[in-house]
Design a protein around this ligand. Structure first.
Ligand code: DQA
Length: 152
């Protein structure tokens, strides 16, 4: 398999590494992206990464992703507020995997709502850096096997 996988990072994720490391870990966003790019390349995919603190930029990045075979999204706090990003993601043709470093369901009540839930294939949360690795694995399997992602 081959193709481009878009990784979309929302507001404040550019602060990873110094933003509440006890919750989000010590790795920077660049370090996550470098690790994921290498893992993607080993599986025959190229990674494109877009980070923005602005909702409209993220929406346009989704629209521009017509050449991508899958999309991995950590929308940060927009996860809990942005119906506009959900609408944009609903138009993406390939699988969308939602990812979070922390486990929003175990945090403040406002984080329990995800506007993206209805438009993603699935969500991986709470495993720190491993969440991203698992999200990439899920995205690749969805591209290669469709919804039946189980098996080696
Ligand atoms: C986050 C969880 C969100 O609730 C928060 O607003 C973030 C990071 C995560 O990766 O754990 O910015 O998406």
């Amino acid at each position: 398999m081959s193709g481009v996988i878009l990784v979309l990072s929302g507001p404040n994720l550019d602060q990873l590494g110094r933003r509440d490391p006890a919750l989000y870990g010590t790795a920077t966003l660049d370090e996550h992206v470098t690790r994921l790019s290498e893992a993607a390349r080993a599986r025959g995919y190229a990674l494109r990464h877009v980070q923005s603190n602005f909702e409209g930029d993220l929406i346009e990045a989704v629209r521009d992703a017509t050449d991508c075979v899958a999309l991995i999204v950590n929308a940060g706090a927009l996860t809990h507020t942005s119906w506009a990003l959900a609408d944009a993601l609903a138009t993406f043709a390939g699988p969308v995997v939602e990812v979070h470093l922390s486990n929003p369901a175990a945090r403040e009540p406002f984080r329990h709502l995800t506007t993206l839930a209805g438009v993603v294939a699935g969500s991986i949360a709470g495993f720190g850096a491993l969440s991203y690795d698992l999200a990439l694995e899920a995205a690749c399997r969805l591209v290669e096997r469709g919804p039946d992602v189980a098996g080696s």
